[in-house]
Design a binder for this molecule. Structure first.
Ligand code: COA
Length: 297
């Protein structure tokens, strides 16, 4: 689908994206590139990185891949150094690397719980912490008058609770909290913006394959407000908005891009029944305890 944004909105910008070699992360990387940014992707799998970089370069996008694990501080530091060495500066950090698997609390060891927190929460914090010297106003290689920005990829699982996702819910809750704290602290001190994106179910991603069963597609509009699964493009457009000057006054928010899904829940009483009931109940409540209609009192 064609982008509604001008092709040069990220011209001259440099972005580093963890988990940017596949899935939603790759679509964000590609759209950043198509809108003028030079991109560096960090990931654990060499083959995935190489394939992603080739695909980007074929589109004329300046791209490099850096193999590394966000759980290792030295990998984080190296990926940032290589990005700035190659492209001269850093403007945008996207923290997309995440770990996920389905496990009940009974079957999930504390180490399994910690593994996901290490990747999602501590990994996000490590990347932010290591990137500060490049992203802050006056940071290495930067135009001294402005700061850069961070986008943390989150989820909506933890707004309520999700089966077999206790570890991921806890990890993403921490990510959202990091987003708000850094928006306050680094917005104030370094002219940086820090925001998040919480995708809903997105077509063709490991997240959807793992978390949303096929049957979801057949659900009624009552349970899926916009009645469709999202596309990677939807998340990339949200990221472009936040990364561009269009989002220059947006700081500390986690933008939910899920078609309104998290607001819905299984309806134990149908909407039609509630509507009928409201007519009866509201009519009754408009009558005072004496039986005289309240409008007549
Ligand atoms: N169920 C229960 N526990 C699990 C598990 C599963 N499916 N997968 C890993 N764990 C536990 C392990 O048992 C271990 O705990 P233990 O030592 O107490 O037994 C702990 O997690 C670490 O496992 P390990 O395999 O050594 O971790 P890892 O660092 O190699 O990889 C992940 C962990 C999360 C990165 C890996 O499962 C993964 O790559 N997942 C896919 C990433 C993904 O789906 N990303 C898309 C996000 S939507």
């Amino acid at each position: 689908m064609e982008s509604p944004f001008k092709a040069d909105i990220l011209k001259g910008k440099v972005a580093l994206l963890t988990g940017g070699g596949s899935g939603i992360g790759f679509e964000i990387t590609a759209q950043f590139g198509r809108h003028g940014a030079a991109v560096a992707i960090m990931g654990r799998r060499r083959q995935v990185l190489d394939a992603a970089v080739s695909a980007l370069q074929l589109q004329g996008i300046r791209a490099i891949g850096v193999q590394g694990d966000v759980r290792k501080k030295e990998d984080a530091a190296r990926a940032l150094e290589m990005t700035v060495e190659q492209f001269g500066r850093l403007d945008i950090l996207v923290n997309g690397a995440a770990g996920n698997f389905l496990a009940s609390p009974e079957d999930l060891s504390p180490n399994g719980f910690q593994t996901v927190l290490d990747i999602d929460s501590i990994g996000t914090y490590t990347m932010c912490h290591e990137a500060l010297k490049y992203l802050k106003k006056g940071g290495l290689g930067r135009d001294p008058s402005t700061g850069g920005l961070i986008i943390n990829i989150s989820a909506t699982l933890h707004y309520t609770a999700s089966w077999y996702q206790i570890h991921v819910s806890a990890a993403k809750a921490a990510v959202d909290s990091i987003t708000r704290s850094l928006a306050l602290e680094w917005g104030t001190d370094y002219d940086m913006r820090v925001n998040g994106i919480a995708p809903g179910p997105i077509e063709g991603t490991p997240g959807l394959r793992k978390l949303a069963p096929e049957e979801m597609k057949g659900k009624s509009r009552e349970t899926v407000p916009l009645f469709k699964i999202g596309e990677r493009w939807d998340i990339a457009m949200a990221a472009l908005y936040l990364a561009s000057d269009a989002g220059k006054y947006v700081n500390g928010t986690t933008m939910v891009v899920d078609g309104g899904l998290w607001l819905s829940k299984p309806r134990h009483v149908s909407k039609e029944e509630v509507k009928q009931l409201s007519r009866v109940v509201e009519k009754k409540s408009r009558t005072s305890p004496t039986g005289i209609p309240t409008s007549k009192l």
